[in-house]
Ligand binder design. Sequence first.
Ligand SMILES: [Zn+2]
Length: 406
Amino acid sequence: MSRISGLEKYQLQVKSGEIKPPTSCNSKNLTTQAQADEFVSSKPKKKLTTKQKILIGATTLLATSAAVLAGLFLIKDGKLKPAQFKEFIKFTPAKTMEEAREFAIKNFGVEKFDFEDDLEMANWINEGLTNVNNKFKGKAHMPKILAFGEHKSSQAQAFIDGLGEGIYISKKAYDKDANIEHIKKLMKNVGINIKENKITMLAGMDKQKALSFIKKYQEMIKSPDSYTRFQWADLQTQLEDAYASVHKPMRFITDISENKEISKILEKENIPIVLEEIFQKSPEEQTKIAQQIADALDKHKIKYNAQGSDRFLSTFDTIYHEMGHLQNYRNSNYFTRFFGKLSDRPKQIEKFTKDFQKQQIAQKISWYAQKDPSEFVAETFAQMCNGKELDEDILRLYKYYNGVTF
Ligand SMILES: [Zn+2]
């Protein structure tokens, strides 16, 4: 799973396809099946009657199914033991690729570390993992594989394989020039006109943030190469968040509804806010309501900025996010992952996306956390890595979806 760059992120094509086929399930089945066969074949020595054959067939089937089911259901779910890495690891940027690889092998037990000759990338990964390790005092699990990789069906910046073994980073998603082009488009889409230094305030947009984007962009574009590609990717992510806050305005509407004074004014203006009703509407209708609210606030000269998302936005957020998936996968059994509450089957996802309470909780984390339970867990973990204090209801939901706290 991943943080996806690009506008398609917002179209929320729920079928993410970010999980690779459950190869692990297959290998698990094979071993259990082999045991079941052995059990049956050791029994009969005489020639068998048809009845006996049917009976054996049925027994085999039952035994196999039971074993497979046991494999799916009974293996640990929510019982991941903490890892035992060093409580504190000191990070210093490696000077050679060999040094970077050795750091990952020695400290995190990484088995494959391959970022070709990209030392900047290797150091970024190692520093991010060190932060996670130190935050959880050596208890966080680490990937076995760290390498470049492109996701088959999305423009993920990074993703994790279905086994929770490897974290792959997209070279394409960290292409500085492409990011700069994308940033320009995003600016337009959130109502920022860089050339004329003007902002069209859209409902849900935070004016201070919009101003800070302009300032930051103008500063960075003067000498693009004195900023790392990770800093450019950060600006892109922040703009994507701003875009989401405008085009997924429930968070803005919720914030407004919690302000009693504003609620009174809106009632007078005949814009009653009944969150659960608005929640049922389409994003377009929600956006219209958000705009009505913004216009009413304007009319009454009330300044109110709300941001639909406030991810902490460390330069390592992508790594923290993927590490959240990794802990979550290893803390869940296959049934939960592929058929149960963490599955990406549309029906399972709807249990999350169409549930008003769950969405209200998830939107406190970020708009991306609202996408599906796995993303909620990954985004929450990223905020934990950033040291954010989390509300009780967030933690409860996080644990319900097998999020780890160690
Ligand atoms: Zn993800």
